[in-house]
Design a protein around this ligand. Structure first.
Ligand SMILES: NC(=O)c1ccc[n+]([C@@H]2O[C@H](COP(=O)([O-])OP(=O)(O)OC[C@H]3O[C@@H](n4cnc5c(N)ncnc54)[C@H](O)[C@@H]3O)[C@@H](O)[C@H]2O)c1
Length: 374
C-alpha cells in the first residue's frame, strides 16, 4: 500500500502469514534526515538508540542524525566501523555487539543502521542477534540501499569463503529514506544503484524501465524530484513482491533475474566489483541466455545492453575470464544454494515461467559459456 502527502511518500510493507503478520512503513522524502527524530520517536520509541554507521557516512551525516534525535529528547550512542565491503565481517559484528554490551544496551535497545548496504547488512545482523533480537530502523544512504537492500529483511556478514554466508532474516520496524543524501555519493555508486532499479523495471514494470532509461541525465544530475520518484517506485515494487511472497512462497524469486551470473562475476573478481556493476553484467548475460534458449523475446537483450551502457554500467565479464573460471564459480554457487537455476525474462517487464515452475529454469553450462564467452 502506498500514499503520498506533505510528509513524503509512504509505502507499507507487509510480511509474514496469518498469526505472524507484521508491517512497517518506508518513508521517502528529501530532507527527512533532519526530521528523523520525530518519526523515530513516534514509530519506535526507546530509552536509547544504538546508531550503527561506517566511518565515511559518519563524517558526512552522523552529527545531523544525532542532532535530529536530540531535538526530540531521544538519547543515542554511535558505533562506527571502517567503511568497505571487506569490513562486513564477523569480526565487525563482534566489535559492534561488544560495544553495545559495554555501553549497557538491554533488550529495549533499538538499532538504527545509517549507511549503505554494507552498514544495513552488518547492523541488521547485529539487531537480529543482539540479546535474541532487537528492533531495527534502516536509514539507507546509497542508491542501492535505498531502492533495494533496506526492504525485505535480508541481513548478514561475509566470510572468507564467500559473501553473505552468515545471515538471518530480520525485518526492520521503520525505513527512512532521504534522497538528498545522494548528493555526496560518488557517481559509480549512483550507477550501481540504478542497476537494481533497472532490475525492478525489467522484471515487473516495463513502463518504469523505459522511464528510467529516458531520465538518465536527470538521475545523474541527482535531481531530487526524479530521485524521489525512482526510489518510491522501486520500493513499491519490492514491497509488493515481499508482501506477495508471504502468500505465494517463492515469488521473491522473480527478483533473482541477473543474480546467478552476478554472483559468479563477483566471485571471479574477488568481490572487487560493486554489487550493482556485477548485477548489470548478470542481467545483460541472462537476457542473452534467455534469447538463446528461446524463452526471451528477440531484441530484449540488445535493448537491455543499450540502456545499461548508457547508464555507465558494464555489460560483459572481464576479458580474462575463461570457461574454467566461470564454471568453477557457477559450481560453487550451485553447491552453496543447493541449485543452479536461472530466473529469465519472457519480455521486458515480464518474468518467464510460473509459480509451479518456481519462477526459474535450468540452463546448461554449455549454453551459458557459449553466450558469455562466445
Ligand atoms: N540485504 C539485501 O537485501 C541486499 C541487497 C543488495 C545488496 N546488499 C549488500 O549491499 C552491499 C553493497 O552496498 P552499497 O553498494 O550501498 O555499498 P557500501 O555500503 O559499501 O557504500 C558504498 C561506499 O559509499 C559510502 N557512502 C555511503 N553513503 C554515502 C553518501 N550518502 N555519501 C558519501 N558516501 C557514502 C560508504 O561509506 C562506502 O564507502 C553489499 O554487501 C551487498 O551484498 C544487500
Amino acid at each position: 500500500m502506498s500514499s503520498q502527502n506533505q510528509d513524503g511518500h509512504r509505502t507499507t510493507v507487509t510480511v509474514g502469514r496469518s498469526e505472524g503478520v507484521s508491517a512497517y512503513d518506508v518513508w521517502v522524502r528529501s530532507g527527512l534526515l533532519d526530521d528523523a527524530g520525530a518519526l523515530i520517536g513516534d514509530a519506535c520509541r526507546a530509552p536509547r538508540y544504538a546508531i550503527i554507521t561506517d566511518s565515511q557516512v559518519y563524517g558526512v551525516y552522523g552529527e545531523r542524525l544525532h542532532a535530529s534525535l536530540s531535538a526530540e529528547g531521544l538519547a543515542a550512542v554511535t558505533f562506527r566501523f571502517a567503511a568497505g565491503e571487506w569490513n562486513k565481517t564477523r569480526e565487525t559484528w563482534i566489535e559492534l555487539t561488544d560495544g553495545l554490551l559495554r555501553a549497557g544496551f538491554g533488550r529495549d535497545a533499538v538499532v538504527i543502521a545509517l549507511g549503505g548496504g554494507v552498514v544495513g547488512d552488518a547492523a541488521g545482523f547485529v539487531a537480529a542477534t543482539y540479546l535474541g533480537g532487537v528492533p531495527l530502523i534502516h536509514m539507507p544512504t546509497t542508491l542501492l540501499a535505498m531502492v533495494d537492500s533496506c526492504v525485505g529483511g535480508a541481513v548478514g556478514v561475509d566470510t572468507g569463503v564467500g559473501k553473505d554466508l552468515v545471515a538471518a532474516v530480520h525485518q526492520p520496524s521503520l525505513v527512512l529514506i532521504d534522497p538528498s543524501l545522494l548528493t555526496t555519493l560518488p557517481m559509480p555508486h549512483i550507477a550501481a544503484g540504478l542497476a537494481a532499479a533497472f532490475k525492478h523495471g525489467l522484471t515487473l514494470d516495463a513502463g518504469y524501465f523505459e522511464e528510467l532509461a529516458g531520465s538518465l541525465e536527470r538521475i545523474f544530475a541527482r535531481e531530487p524530484a526524479g530521485l524521489e520518484r525512482l526510489i518510491a517506485r522501486s520500493i513499491e515494487i519490492k514491497a509488493e513482491v515481499v508482501s506477495r511472497d508471504a502468500g505465494e512462497e517463492g515469488y521473491r524469486r522473480v527478483l533473482d533475474f541477473g543474480h546467478r551470473l552476478a554472483r559468479a562475476q563477483e566471485a571471479i573478481s574477488g568481490y572487487a566489483w560493486l554489487h550493482g556493476e556485477a548485477l548489470a553484467v548478470g542481467m545483460a548475460a541472462e537476457a542473452a541466455i534467455g534469447e538463446a534458449v528461446g524463452v526471451t523475446r528477440g531484441g530484449v537483450a540488445g535493448r537491455i545492453r543499450e540502456v545499461l551502457e548508457a547508464a555507465r554500467l558494464p555489460v560483459a565479464v572481464e576479458a580474462d575470464v575463461d570457461a574454467e573460471r566461470l564454471l568453477r564459480a557457477l559450481k560453487l554457487d550451485r553447491e552453496r544454494r543447493g541449485e543452479g537455476r536461472y530466473t529469465l525474462l519472457a519480455d521486458i517487464g515480464v518474468v518467464a515461467g510460473s509459480a509451479e515452475q518456481g519462477w526459474a529454469r535450468e540452463v546448461s553450462d554449455e549454453v551459458v559459456c557459449r553466450v558469455l564467452l562466445g
